[in-house]
Ligand binder design. Structure first.
Ligand SMILES: Cc1cc2nc3c(=O)[nH]c(=O)nc-3n(C[C@H](O)[C@H](O)[C@H](O)COP(=O)(O)OP(=O)(O)OC[C@H]3O[C@@H](n4cnc5c(N)ncnc54)[C@H](O)[C@@H]3O)c2cc1C
Length: 295
């Protein structure tokens, strides 16, 4: 059995939530609201993600959609500054594209009552890149309150960046968190970083309020210099970081006058997300192992 199969079992997830706690705000909406309130108090906004992915049954996708209704209502009631992020495979993309679009539409409709009505569509593995962008464009034809994520490690991304700039879409740019083959993705960090920067510069100069999603200090420093030199004010973009990752850097950017949004995942289906966080940083795997041994 592969590691991901083991951590995806309900028994593991019930017993070992303490391992994931550093990266996940909690298992309930109330805990997610508390985490966002703390983030807001530190001068940052958030985007909330109800954890789950790769759903293959309609009822489960509908439960995810309903969880977003509950979440959006809680955001209104609590008055916190946050929008939401969704994964289309949690909304039924692997079942049927039209079905996933219908679920996304109802989330967008529910979000339209919120102070921040924006819904971000996370980008998943390359098997669903085209379908995700197709659904994004169909939703975007109906409302501007939706935006995609582009992954700098994919060789196709510069073309996607240009297309999104032409559409005027709000893009989140990240490096990419999935294991992709070398024919479609850059595998070494210097190449990923330089492609990230090139796409970031295009989005910063000509795009619509891009989300610069990274904890990479070299990229962040380059973006700070680029925007300063080109006269791109801090109101024209935002930095985005993950809950529990580099909190001191988040605070430093806020105190330097930048906008920072924190991606806050919550819920009981944390295995896939947690697995990506521990496999992208060797120290996190050691940290998880140490926590298990010292319990
Ligand atoms: C707001 C946000 C949204 C994202 N959305 C998506 C998405 O939709 N699709 C997708 O494929 N990927 C997404 N990602 C993940 C992204 O693709 C990367 O996998 C992740 O951000 C790590 O890359 P990095 O740019 O931070 O650089 P890295 O080179 O990985 O990290 C730079 C430094 O940041 C710190 N760091 C980074 N990651 C961790 C970690 N897990 N634990 C502890 N320290 C860490 C370390 O100090 C590291 O040296 C998102 C990331 C962010 C910040």
């Amino acid at each position: 059995m592969a590691v991901l199969d083991v951590i995806q079992t309900p028994a593991f997830q019930q017993r070992f939530f303490f391992l994931a706690k550093r990266f996940i705000a909690g298992e309930t909406v109330a805990q997610a609201m508390d985490a966002v309130a703390v983030i807001n108090a530190q001068g940052m906004t958030a985007t909330l993600d109800f954890l789950g992915e790769d759903v293959i049954a309609r009822p489960e996708a509908e439960r995810t959609r309903d969880a977003y209704f509950e979440l959006l209502e809680a955001i209104r009631a609590r008055g916190v500054e946050t929008n939401v992020s969704v994964k289309l495979t949690a909304m039924g993309l692997l079942v049927d594209e039209d079905f996933a679009l219908a679920n996304l539409r109802s989330v967008l409709q529910a979000a339209s009552h919120n102070r921040d009505p924006f819904v971000r569509i996370d980008m998943e593995g390359s098997a669903v890149t085209d379908a995700t962008l197709r659904i994004f464009e169909r939703a975007y034809a109906e409302t501007r309150n939706v935006g995609p994520v582009l992954q700098a490690y994919l060789k196709r991304t510069p073309a996607d960046v240009e297309h999104m700039i032409a559409l005027g879409a709000r893009v989140r740019l990240c490096k990419g968190a999935y294991s992709e083959p070398a024919d479609i993705a850059y595998k070494d960090m210097p190449a990923i970083r330089s492609h990230y920067l090139r796409s970031a510069e295009s989005l910063l100069e000509r795009g619509n309020y891009p989300g610069i999603a990274t904890h990479d200090e070299r990229i962040i420093a380059a973006v700070e210099t680029f925007t300063r030199e080109r006269g791109i004010g801090p109101e024209r973009f935002e930095f985005q970081m993950l809950y529990g990752v580099r909190p001191e850097l988040q605070r430093r950017l806020v105190s330097d006058g930048y906008r920072v949004r924190v991606y806050v995942p919550y819920g009981t289906h944390w295995a896939g997300y947690f697995y990506r966080r521990i496999t992208e940083r060797r120290e996190n795997a050691f940290f998880a192992l140490r926590s298990m041994l010292h319990r």
